[in-house]
Design a binder for this molecule. Sequence first.
Ligand code: FE2
Ligand code: FE2
Length: 266
Amino acid sequence: MRVAWLTDIHFEFLNKAQIDQFLDEVAQHQPDALLITGDIANAKTVASTVQYIALKLIKPVYFVLGNHDFYGGDIEPVRAQMATLTRQKRGVAWMPAAGVVELTPHVALVGHDGWGDGQYGDFMASTIMLNDYVHIQSLRLADKAILMQKLNQLGVQAGDYLRGILPEAARQYPQVMVMLHPPPFQQACWYQGKASTWDDPFLPHFTCKAAGDALLDVADAYPHVTFTVLCGHVHSSGEVQMRPNLRVLTGGAEYEQPEVQRIFDL
Ligand SMILES: [Fe+2]
Ligand SMILES: [Fe+2]
């Protein structure tokens, strides 16, 4: 089983010829399936984009959504649309709706969008204003404390989901791959080869602590299961071993230059 991992491909910035050219490049690796860890397109185009990728490669596409995938829309309606798509269309699976997916008899795949939940670093002191807080309807909140509460809730959703699904996967499979959009740890929040420091103003917006806490607890509870987290969002690559059985790979990206992040032969 060969899977190709893509992240932050941002097809909203490419024309059809550029998209086709990139997908031809992906096809050259002859993957059996694609894993995409978010920032695929935007709210209006993400559904048609994932279907187009699956159709063009004739391979299943397993994905989570990134913040950009909600731009021009809102979180709940886009997620509802993805759940319907996953139920109704073969070959495209938004991970939270797909549950535990068997990649091989030894490797399971799970995933959640996650969210930059404002819990690492100092959110209230950060001067960073992400486009999320303009282009995603329910995050257009003038009051910063209320925005922080909302981001916390989005993180908790991811953490709760992982606390339910990870043990289910770990009881059945010796290896579990976990897809998220934002890195779940400060140590996985890379920028030009270095992990973020606590005073990095981007850190609270770029990491999902609730997901990280869930991952640590489950990794400790299942020491004989290997967990590999794939994430993106920060557009800067790096790798960190958080526990002997918990590794986090953060993908790099540049706008208008999508790339195959990694090929896994499972
Ligand atoms: Fe991105
Ligand atoms: Fe992102």
